[in-house]
Design a protein around this ligand. Structure first.
Ligand code: 4AD
Ligand code: MG
Length: 464
């Protein structure tokens, strides 16, 4: 008999049919006569119940059916009365494909997130991480679908690069070495060649600059890939390696950019509710009773659009009325997550797009406003997350851009190719970057960014 995935099996109603399922034992319970095995194969959060009449099976075989063991089961599909599902399987033949002894760390339920992070190689087998990683997959599909349906081209930008897009200098250096023939100094320390075949190179912090090249050729593009930041931030919202989606569109201004960002996030959230409801519901019931309501709420409301200067006024009023922030509030400050969350969660109670930030706290490429003080930036701020998107209209004027690059002492030798976009047929254009894991924090309701990526890389945690 051909294997049926549990996700498909649970929908079947042809009771009496012989079926085969393969999967891992979650729990086993029962009496001296009958045992019930909850089997999961990862295709869904739901287990299928296998009913085993002990008298029909060999005692030695039954001993091997332990938590974590891998089974192949042939049996009859029957209508279920007690399993919480429509169907279950009355077992006829059981084969143990892989045994699992009692050193298996996932014996008991209810492990702490910290413990599960230490066993990142096994945690996808838990209900929680199964749900999170199925949702992660679905969000990636939604993202490609969203852009593809709107005529955007998926453009691949390099991971090894010489330019520091965000100008923050927080890049990982690429070095060359032969692992089996390491050069060492007299103390035995490894000597690294700090270069990429003779040139300085780093891991990219953003695909934007190359994305701009593509937008001024293909019109509308998006990138979707890993990015790297060497910032020493140990927070529940920062990773050293995270995935970013960066659309870039020729002829879009800042308002088009905001429309795109809002439509994009809502599309992804709707997709999660439509395509991952079982997993979202599980996470809602397990960790975060407000999750589904929050997701539905975001779909209903239009995002507030507010200049930074107005945002600062609101925060200053809050301080005047006795609200205590850890970090000071004044015009020019780079907002901390507590400030962003105050605006979203306490003041407006819906997502906020903050625009027109002081140029000093934003990157060199943003379009300068007439006031000489602010740039056409936009950050999308979300409940429980803070900044989920950062973007801007880009400076399209060659001279203004060059002046800004010089003011900031950005090495020109790294920038000539980028300036060519403004030299040859420059055009207004805009784009933004969505942090994939920040989106996943929102959609899954997980509290820590380490728990929405399979193998988190952070300063204190990069095991393998
Ligand atoms: O605001 P950022 O730094 O903007 C850029 O990189 C632009 N080049 C994007 C663009 O306009 N094309 O990063 C964009 C988003 C943030 O809003 C946040 O969601 C996420 O990337 N992000 C991080 N996510 C996890 N860990 C980190 N260390 C992150 N840094 C930024
Ligand atoms: Mg930002």
């Amino acid at each position: 008999i051909r294997r049926t995935k549990i996700v498909d099996l649970l929908k079947r109603e042809d009771f009496g049919a012989m079926v085969n399922v393969k999967g891992w034992v979650r729990t086993r319970r029962g009496s001296k006569q009958v045992n019930f095995i909850a089997l999961n194969d990862g295709s869904t959060i739901n287990n299928v119940q296998i009913v085993v009449d002990l008298a029909n099976f060999d005692e030695e075989l039954l001993k091997l059916i332990t938590t974590g063991a891998c089974l192949s089961v042939n049996g009859e599909l029957v209508k279920s009365v007690g399993s919480g599902q429509a169907a279950e399987i009355q077992a006829r033949e059981i084969e143990v494909l892989g045994t699992c002894d009692n050193t298996y760390p996932l014996q008991k339920k209810g492990h702490s997130m910290e413990f599960l992070r230490e066993i990142a190689h096994l945690r996808p087998r838990t209900n929680t991480f199964g749900a999170v990683f199925r949702i992660r997959h679905n969000m990636a599909i939604a993202i490609h679908k969203f852009f593809h349906e709107r005529g955007f081209f998926y453009f691949h930008t390099p991971l090894i690069t010489a330019s520091d897009c965000e100008g923050a200098g927080q890049m990982f250096q690429v070095t060359t070495m032969n692992l089996y023939d390491l050069k060492k100094d007299e103390n035995g320390s490894i000597i690294y060649d700090n270069d990429f075949f003779g040139k300085q190179a780093s891991l990219t912090v953003s695909g934007q600059l190359e994305g701009e090249l593509a937008a001024t050729a293909l019109g509308a593009i998006y990138t979707f890939g890993p990015t790297f930041r060497a910032e020493n931030s140990n927070t529940p919202r920062h990773l050293a390696e995270f995935w970013m989606i960066e659309p870039e569109v020729a002829f879009n201004d800042i308002n088009d950019n905001m429309d795109l960002a809002e439509e994009f996030i809502k599309y992804c959230v709707q997709w999660a509710l439509d395509n991952c409801y079982d997993d979202v519901k599980f996470l809602n019931d397990m960790f975060d009773k407000g999750l589904i309501e929050r997701l539905q709420g975001v779909l209903k409301e239009s995002f507030v659009r507010l200049p930074y200067t107005e945002g600062i006024k609101i925060l200053e009023e809050a301080v005047a009325n006795g609200h205590k922030f850890e970090f000071p509030v004044y015009w020019g400050v780079d907002l901390a997550s507590e400030h962003e969350r105050f605006l979203v969660e306490e003041h407006f109670k819906r997502p906020v797009i903050l625009t027109d930030y002081p140029k000093e706290i934003k990157a060199f490429y943003m379009k300068q406003n007439e006031d000489g003080k602010t740039v056409r930036a936009m950050d999308v701020l979300f409940p429980k997350i803070g900044e989920i998107i950062g973007g801007s209209e880009r400076e399209a004027d060659y001279d203004k851009l060059l002046t800004r690059i010089q003011e900031l002492n950005i090495p020109m030798k790294d920038m000539w190719w980028y300036l060519d976009t403004r030299k040859y047929g420059s055009c207004p254009h805009s784009g933004f970057g969505l942090g994939f894991e920040r989106l996943l924090l929102f959609v899954t309701g997980m509290a820590n960014i380490r728990d929405v990526i399979p193998f988190p890389r952070t300063p204190r945690n990069a095991e393998f």
